[in-house]
Design a protein around this ligand. Structure first.
Ligand SMILES: Cc1cc2nc3c(=O)[nH]c(=O)nc-3n(C[C@H](O)[C@H](O)[C@H](O)COP(=O)(O)OP(=O)(O)OC[C@H]3O[C@@H](n4cnc5c(N)ncnc54)[C@H](O)[C@@H]3O)c2cc1C
Length: 410
């Protein structure tokens, strides 16, 4: 029987472990804490079938000036950490040119096409349907020009990728979400996206499924990974663990471990914050306020607001400026109620400069595999990329051509 240690129990690692297990592998999942308690816990909880275009870096001067002068809530940067981001940002800029972005869209959309169908299998097997809504989400536009442009792009996505949506006028939006004002221009209701009331709980449900099927989860430090005569070993609280293969699914921490083995994989680390609100109005479906640069959705603990991207250093203290601005924008729309937690949660979207995940075998280390860098949609893509990885590791013909995601491109 083939054996593997999966390092990192977020949505990506747990899904990969399940797919390997299904193919007869003996799999141990190692994390320094309980599965699903980092990035996969704190996100906006959307399984985004509509997200066929990975987010490029803005290249027009007006938007760049807005970011530079702090006049947008989508992106914020700390000047003192900018030197850490320069190299990945320059590469991100280069890959965001229209022709190269188009290549990224093609490779990305092929993965997104499997997102909901692969989650669906795991949701049913994990009996996690109580966490899921299959009713989409709404993207609010506060000005007519941005709304018109968004409708045009949505129509292109429908033609090319079969993504389904409905355009809602301001009045239709207010009928669908009576807690909202009725003087807004309108929204796009993306119909195919699913939303999760507690993202961490979905990872837990998948991890429990893995254990019920005979998988083992142990606490351990991935940084202790070593190559051995027969494969790979890692130190855990159960002692040393050995396997023929190791899989790095450490999300934003992945490049730190791979650095030890000589790999320099750049990441654009986009931090995001969340906060819950209760005691006010409740939304039916999640809403992205495009102009405000945030998302808000009904979740187990109340309405969760999640923010856009902050470029800061990985160990910087919380600077929830974007959260304050998002909260003020949200209060213009609905009665939010009170903050639930004393401090905001924050985590990092692991974004690669070419907007594609890193998936495949390490070029210089047989038996060492990578699956990370899913950026803004890792929660969406866990089961789809877990399947692709397991197919490759098992020597099957992969359902999708894995070439665009190969680690050796860096
Ligand atoms: C604000 C925000 C909103 C988002 N919204 C969405 C959304 O709506 N939809 C969507 O699809 N995506 C969303 N994302 C992106 C998504 O959350 C991530 O892409 C995804 O969670 C990454 O999953 P992962 O398993 O790679 O990483 P993680 O979930 O971070 O898992 C990595 C694991 O590695 C473990 N680990 C790290 N270091 C070590 C070590 N040394 N030893 C052992 N274990 C270690 C951690 O404990 C963790 O469990 C959002 C992200 C943010 C920040």
């Amino acid at each position: 029987m083939q054996s593997a240690i999966v390092l990192g129990g977020g949505m990506i690692g747990v899904s990969a472990a399940l797919h390997l297990q299904q193919r007869g592998w003996a799999v141990t999942l190692v994390d320094r804490r309980e599965p699903g308690r980092e990035t996969s816990y704190g996100n906006a909880g959307m399984i985004q079938a509509e997200a066929v275009r990975p987010y490029p870096m803005p290249r027009d001067l007006a938007t760049l000036l807005k970011i530079a002068t702090g006049r947008t809530n989508d992106v914020r940067y700390s000047l003192s950490s900018l030197h850490l981001h320069i190299e990945p940002l320059l590469r991100y800029w280069w890959h965001s040119a229209p022709k190269r972005h188009r290549e990224a869209v093609d490779a990305w959309a092929r993965l997104i096409a499997y997102a909901t169908s692969e989650h669906d299998i795991l949701i049913r097997e994990a009996h996690a349907d109580n966490l899921i809504r299959r009713a989409g989400y709404r993207m609010l536009h506060r000005d007519a020009a941005s709304f018109d442009l968004a409708i045009k792009t949505a129509e292109e996505d429908r033609r090319e990728f079969g993504v389904n949506f409905r355009v809602l006028s301001g009045k239709e939006l207010a009928r669908a979400e009576p807690v909202l004002r009725d003087d807004l221009p309108g929204a796009i209701h993306w119909l195919d996206t699913w939303t999760v009331s507690d993202p961490g709980a979905l990872v837990t449900a998948y991890a429990e499924l893995f254990e019920r099927r005979g998988g083992t989860i142990v606490l351990g430090d991935a940084q202790s990974l070593q190559q051995t005569a027969t494969g790979w070993s890692v130190d855990t609280d159960q002692g040393r663990l050995d396997a023929a293969h190791a899989v790095v699914t450490l999300g934003p921490w992945s490049p730190d471990l791979l650095h030890k083995f000589g790999y320099r994989i750049p990441l654009v680390r986009k931090r995001g914050y969340h906060m819950h609100y209760s005691g006010g109005a409740s939304l039916d479906l999640p809403l992205i306020d495009k102009a405000g640069g945030y998302a808000m959705g009904p979740m187990a603990k109340g309405i969760r607001i999640t923010t856009g991207a902050e470029l800061t250093s990985p160990d910087a203290l919380a600077t929830p400026v974007q959260l304050a601005s998002a909260e003020a924008s949200a209060r213009e729309l609905i009665d939010l109620g009170k903050r639930v937690e004393p401090d905001p949660w924050f985590g990092t979207r692991p974004c690669t400069p070419d907007m594609l995940p890193v998936l495949g075998q390490a070029p210089q280390h047989p038996g060492l595999w990578m699956n990370f860098g899913h950026g803004h949609q890792g929660f969406t893509l866990g089961p789809a990329t877990g399947r692709l990885l397991a197919e490759m590791m098992s020597g099957e013909t992969p359902a999708i051509d894995p070439t665009p995601y190969r680690p050796e491109r860096f």
